[in-house]
Design a protein around this ligand. Structure first.
Ligand code: ARG
Length: 457
C-alpha cells in the first residue's frame, strides 16, 4: 500500500524500517472504532458545508460497507498497511473514489488515534466491569455458604484470631468493588472527545467539535488541542486500576494455592481448574491460580512501560505514543483472562470446613479472648496480656490447647480464674462474640453480602 504521508518524501522507505513503523498488527483491533469515528467525522464535515452532502453520503455508505464486509468476513484487514487509519482510508478510497480522499479534511491521525483508543477502551472497561461483577457475585455466593465455617484468621501467616471463610471471601469482594469504582472513575475522566484537535493546533475549517463529540457519545470535548492529542493519562489510569485488580487476584490466588495444599487443606479446587503432573501421578496443581499470580507482573510492567514512555515527551504527538496500545490492550487482555478463570474457580471449589475447624482449635487463636476475660474481672489489659502469654507458653510446652488446661493450673496463676473461663475461650463463642461492625460472624457476613449485592446493582 502507498503511504498516506508521502507528501515530502519521494525515496522509498527501507523495508525493515517500514515494518518497524507499522502498528496495524496491534491497532487493527480498533477498526470498528476507526470506522465509527470516520462516519461521525464525515457527517460533521457535511453538516458544516466543508464537504458536499453527496460526498458525505458516499463516504458514510462506503464506510458502512467496509464494516459490514469486515464483519461478514468478505473483507480482511491488510496487514501490509501501516496502521488501521491507513487501511480504512485507503480501502474507502478504492471503493468510492474521489469522496474518500476528502475524509481526512480537518483531521489528523493524531486526533484520530486518540479518538479510536478512547472509543475502544470505553468498551473494554464495560467488558471488564461485567467480568468483575461476575467475580463479586461468585464471592458473595460462596461467602453465603461459608458464613459459619470457622477458620483461623492470620497475621504474619501465623494463626491469630477466629474468623469465618465467608468473612475472608467477602474481604476480596470489597477489593473488587473498589476496583469497579476505579475503572468507572477512570472511564469518566476518559469521556472527553479529542477529535477536531487535528494534528496539534486545530484547524482553519469551520468544524463543529461539539457535534462530532455528541455523535460519538462523549460528554465533553478536549478544551486544549495540544493536550487533546498528547494526553494518554487515561491509559495510565486504566493500567493503574487494572494493576490493582491483579494485585487482588494475585493475593487471592496465593491464598487458594496455600489453602489447597496438604499443609492447609481448607479447600479442594475443582478438576476443571486444576492440572496434573506429567511424572507424579498423585499431583493436583493449582495452575490457574499460579498463572494469575504470575501474570500480575505483566500488568505492572504495562503500567511502568506506559509511564516511562510518556515521561520525556515534548508536546504534542510523538511516535513513542504508538506503544501505548500494545501495553494497555495487554493489560485488559490479561485481566479479562484471569477474571474469566478466577470467578468459576472460586465458584466451584469445595470447602473442607472440618479442616478449617481443626486448624482453628490449635494455635491459641482464643488467647486474646482469655486476656479479655481477665480484663472483665478487673485486671488491666497489659497485665492480662502478660499472664495469658505465660499460660499459652505452658500449654505449648504441655502440648495442650487453652481449653484443655485444668482449672487448678489456671488458679495457680491467678485467683481470679473460675469455671466460666472455659465458656469464654470456646472457639465458637469467641467467634460469635466478635459482633463489632464488619466482623466475622455469620450475621455480619450476611450483612456484608447484602451491602455488596446492593452496590452491584
Ligand atoms: N499509528 C499511529 C499511532 O498509533 C497513528 C498516529 C500516527 N501519527 C503520526 N503523526 N505519525 O500512534
Amino acid at each position: 500500500m502507498s503511504k498516506l504521508w508521502s507528501g515530502r518524501t519521494s525515496g522509498a522507505i527501507d523495508e525493515a524500517a517500514e515494518d518497524f513503523n507499522r502498528s496495524i498488527r496491534v491497532d487493527s483491533r480498533m477498526v470498528r472504532q476507526d470506522i465509527q469515528g470516520s462516519i461521525a467525522h464525515a457527517k460533521m464535515l457535511a453538516a458544516q458545508g466543508i464537504i458536499t452532502p453527496e460526498d458525505g453520503e458516499a463516504i458514510v455508505d462506503g464506510l458502512n460497507g467496509i464494516l459490514a464486509d469486515l464483519e461478514a468476513g468478505t473483507l480482511a484487514v491488510d496487514y501490509e498497511a501501516e496502521d488501521v487509519h491507513t487501511f480504512v482510508e485507503q480501502t474507502l478510497t478504492e471503493r468510492v473514489g474521489e469522496p474518500g480522499k476528502r475524509l481526512h479534511t480537518a483531521r489528523s491521525r493524531n486526533d484520530q488515534v486518540a479518538l479510536d483508543t478512547r472509543l475502544y477502551l470505553r468498551e473494554r472497561v464495560e467488558k471488564t466491569g461485567d467480568l468483575l461483577r461476575a467475580f463479586v457475585r461468585a464471592l458473595c455466593d460462596r461467602a453465603g455458604e461459608a458464613k459459619a465455617m470457622v477458620m483461623p484468621g492470620y497475621t504474619h501467616l501465623q494463626r491469630a484470631q477466629p474468623v469465618t471463610m465467608g468473612h475472608h471471601l467477602m474481604a476480596y469482594a470489597m477489593m473488587a468493588l473498589r476496583d469497579l469504582g476505579r475503572l468507572a472513575d477512570a472511564s469518566r475522566r476518559m469521556d472527553v472527545s479529542p477529535i477536531g484537535c487535528c494534528a496539534l493546533a486545530g484547524t482553519t475549517y469551520p468544524t463543529d467539535r461539539q457535534l462530532e463529540a455528541e455523535l460519538l457519545g462523549f460528554s465533553a470535548v478536549a478544551e486544549n488541542s495540544l493536550d487533546g492529542v498528547s494526553d494518554r493519562d487515561f491509559c495510565v489510569e486504566l493500567a493503574a486500576a487494572l494493576s490493582l485488580v491483579m494485585t487482588h487476584l494475585s493475593r487471592l490466588s496465593e491464598e487458594l494455592i496455600l489453602w489447597s495444599s496438604w499443609e492447609f487443606k481448607y479447600i479442594r479446587l475443582s478438576d476443571a481448574y486444576s492440572t496434573g503432573s506429567s511424572i507424579m501421578p498423585q499431583k493436583k496443581n493449582p495452575d490457574m491460580a499460579e498463572l494469575t499470580r504470575g501474570k500480575t507482573g505483566r500488568v505492572y510492567g504495562d503500567l511502568m512501560a506506559l509511564l516511562t514512555m510518556l515521561k520525556g515527551l515534548p508536546l504534542a504527538y510523538n511516535k513513542d505514543m504508538q506503544e501505548d496500545k500494545e501495553l494497555i490492550f495487554d493489560a485488559f487482555d490479561t485481566v479479562d483472562a484471569c477474571l474469566t478463570v478466577c470467578a468459576p474457580m472460586v465458584g466451584t471449589m469445595t470447602f473442607l470446613p472440618e479442616n478449617m475447624r481443626k486448624a482453628a482449635a490449635a494455635g491459641f487463636i482464643n488467647a486474646t479472648d482469655l486476656a479479655d476475660w481477665l480484663v472483665g474481672r478487673g485486671m488491666p489489659f497489659r497485665t492480662a496480656y502478660k499472664l495469658t502469654g505465660q499460660i499459652v507458653e505452658e500449654c505449648a510446652q504441655k502440648g495442650v490447647a487453652l481449653e484443655d488446661l485444668p482449672l487448678e493450673a489456671y488458679r495457680a496463676r491467678s485467683e481470679l480464674f473460675d469455671e466460666t473461663l472455659y465458656d469464654a475461650i470456646n472457639i465458637d463463642a469467641c467467634l460469635l462474640r466478635r459482633t463489632s461492625l464488619g466482623g466475622p460472624t455469620p450475621e455480619s457476613v450476611e450483612r456484608q453480602i447484602k451491602i455488596v449485592k446492593e452496590l452491584l446493582k
